[in-house]
Design a protein around this ligand. Sequence first.
Ligand code: ACO
Length: 432
Amino acid sequence: METTKTTLTEIATLTFKGKEYELPVTTGTEGETGIDISKLRNITGGITLDSGYANTGSCQSAITFIDGEKGILRYRGYPIEELAAKSNFVEVCYLLIFGYLPNQSVLDDFKDKLAHHSLIHEDMKKFFEGYSANAHPMGILSSMVNSLSAYYPEHDYKADVELNIIRLLAKLKTIAAFSYKKSIGQPYIYPKDDLSFTADLLNMMFAVPSEPYKVSKSVIDALDLLLILHADHEQNCSTSTVRMVGSSEANLFASISAGICALWGPLHGGANQKVITMLEKILGDGGDYKKYIGLAKDKESKFKMMGFGHRVYKNFDPRATILKEAADRVLKELGVNDPLLDIAKNLEEIALKDEFFVERKLYPNVDFYSGIIYRAMGIPTNMFTVMFALGRLPGWIAQWKEMREAPGARIYRPRQIYIGEQRRPYVPIDER
Ligand code: ACO
């Protein structure tokens, strides 16, 4: 529920065109402050200009807390390190969406519902046939999620939303696995209710009807950890997109489909795929990682160190810290020796001491080590961002639900400073 725990503690004073204006200051439960400018245009005639929204709070939210300076991430008050060590993905889904850790019977009921709704309508299987074999699975995922709205329309928010949330959580993994099977030309493997959420996803991706397949416990645990670490991250690009689309009261499936598209970009979730491409390039180039540190520092080169930097984290990304340790453990457990892990560690070690990176507070982000673990699990590179989307789904749903249920919710509609031509006369075509 929005706006329940903030307090007005002080007033900010703005001097503009010779006049003074008082603006209320809102303080969140962790002490972070925001100058409330919601009446700014009405009282001053001016608006704020904040490219990339780096200083703009678009909402009040009770879901996720991040302190980028201290490297803190908490879902509903619980530190990410504790959830990563003690919880599982399905429990974290419940926590994010409904706001509290479920007891055993509530969790069992939630799991049963997720298992029960995991099949997709048989007609939807035909959609996969229309895509070419090299279609990117993120494009397929987004289209298929939007298509769910045709099967489960939202006639009335209150009556339909809870079941549609369950349906989406349950079916996204089936859609993701089917799109993978389609891309490699193997038969679809249907969901199995007796497997855990994560084991079922792996089974649908890697089992074939002709031989037995046993999902390894190390792989299940590693995937569960990855999904938990990606589950929410407050108002990032894709989540803001979900809220933006949802603010017009577009249905859940349409809003999440838009979020999937936003996640796809290489500056956001698509970075996990690009990190591996970059590490493979460095390996193919003789493993000379120092050369690539030099390229990242040279603005003329247009080369970016993928998996480095973050808008919010200016110390370390706590998810990357957990993943670095997990990468070592998982690769050892699976008996995988990946030269890309060594290159990644070398890049990190040098970058952390290099003035360019230190000055700009550039640290490895969640995408830097996640791809190496996905690779060790046998997940192909173009599925990495799909795995991210599966993890982020409960966060998107929680944020969408919070926005729809917030008292006084308004459509998202930023303004602009117009810099185009002033009014000019229309020139008929034969005079141009
Ligand atoms: N490699 C080299 N230099 C970088 C990098 C990088 N990865 N990231 C930022 N910088 C430099 C910028 O060029 C800029 O330098 P300048 O001050 O000399 O002009 C400075 O650091 C600040 O960077 P901004 O671009 O202003 O940072 P912003 O907050 O706008 O962007 C972003 C953050 C998009 C994550 C950026 O760091 C980036 O592109 N990183 C690589 C892609 C990536 O890993 N994305 C995943 C992010 S995590 C996630 O979305 C799940």
